[in-house]
Design a protein around this ligand. Structure first.
Ligand code: 5GP
Ligand code: MN
Length: 332
């Protein structure tokens, strides 16, 4: 296992060269995507760079306790001025940033910093892709150290959220010694992990509790127990009063069932009036769900991947089944 990464000099040079920097991550951001963006913005601001964070979906509700270095922009119209550099974090491909930013990315230099497999190094100014990094936050932590940004306060909290989110509280196989060392540094710097855990985990709404109860009850155990699949239809969201965000983390529960090799959560969504389904896949060890997600235009990591499918949840399950079987039946 790699124990330490080094920030490439062209990445550091690009970050230090410009006064106005825009930082973006994938739409529908998770803890690593948003935590990394906020931490990098704090770090760049600490050395006098005018850094802003962009995400077309804004900050998810469960992360709104984090202190922001400025408003998180949700539309390019809100940009105070044209950035000189765009740093894209935690995006396996450039399309995941969302459509709104694509024209700006065509004309402004970009730096791509990420840990997804098969990231094509889409940055035009510099790239730093480390698939064995536990989180993009691990790489941003090294950047913050290289820039001599203080790791306490809001920056430290954002980094901790990024690391703990992608490592399942430092317990998944992707947890590197570097992530643990960074977490130790954050604690030394005064980051209060018990208080963060309280804000991150012990804040459920009743609707979320009811949704998880329904999902537990209705989970389908398929393929002789090797696949556990849960479907979140628009109807189920309406009945429970839960939001899409309330399903965040549920797929991990499906992996707990003994004998399950692939956990699948299918959540219906709507974009521009079209029904689609967001698939989240989880596995363990050598079982590769990234290849399954890639068959549907998605991606991710070997044991955690996702894709968007232009079908309802039920039909998405039918479409995915043959490719899920290939995880254990290599002949397919
Ligand atoms: P989640 O299931 O939590 O949404 O995502 C699991 C992993 O797969 C994350 O690393 C995420 O970035 C990646 N992922 C999720 N959806 C997509 C997708 O539509 N395309 C790609 N390339 N990666 C995805
Ligand atoms: Mn990540």
């Amino acid at each position: 296992m790699t124990t330490e990464f080094r920030v490439p000099s062209d990445v550091l040079d690009a970050l230090r060269r410009y006064d106005r920097v825009l930082i973006a991550a994938h739409a529908r951001p998770d803890g690593d995507a948003m935590g990394s963006c906020l931490a990098l913005a704090w770090a760049l601001r600490s050395i006098g760079i005018d850094a802003h964070v962009f995400n077309e979906d804004g900050v998810p509700g469960y992360l709104r306790f984090l202190s922001l270095p400025g408003p998180v922009l949700t539309s390019v119209d809100q940009l105070p001025c044209e950035p000189q550099l765009i740093v894209v974090l935690d995006c396996g491909d450039r399309a995941r940033v969302g459509e709104a930013l694509q024209p700006l990315m065509d004309r402004v230099p970009t730096v791509d910093i990420d840990h997804h497999l098969a990231n094509p190094n889409f940055g035009t100014a510099a790239n730093w892709v480390e698939p064995s990094a536990s989180a993009t936050g691990e790489l941003v932590g090294l950047i913050a150290e290289a820039l001599r940004a203080p790791l306490h306060g809001a920056l430290g909290e954002a980094l901790y959220v990024a690391l703990s989110s992608d490592t399942g509280n430092f317990s998944y196989g992707n947890t590197t010694p570097g992530a643990l060392r960074l977490a130790a540094r954050l604690v030394e710097e005064g980051v209060d992990i018990a208080s963060l855990r309280e804000k991150l985990e012990n804040n459920w709404s009743e609707a979320k509790l009811r949704l998880w109860g329904r999902l537990m009850g209705e989970t389908r155990i398929l393929e002789s127990g090797k696949l556990a699949a849960a479907l979140i239809t628009r109807g189920l969201l309406a009945e429970t009063g839960a939001s899409r965000e309330d399903s965040e983390g549920f797929v991990e529960q499906l992996r707990r069932l003994s004998g399950v090799r692939v956990a699948l959560l299918l959540r219906e969504d709507e974009k521009d009036g079209t029904l689609l389904t967001k698939a989240s896949l989880r596995s363990s060890g050598d079982d590769n769900v990234r290849d399954t997600a890639a068959r549907f235009g998605g991606g991710g990591h070997r044991n955690a991947a996702g894709a968007t499918i232009h079908l309802d949840a039920e039909k998405s399950l039918d479409a995915m089944l043959p490719f899920i079987r290939s995880v254990w039946d290599k002949r397919l």
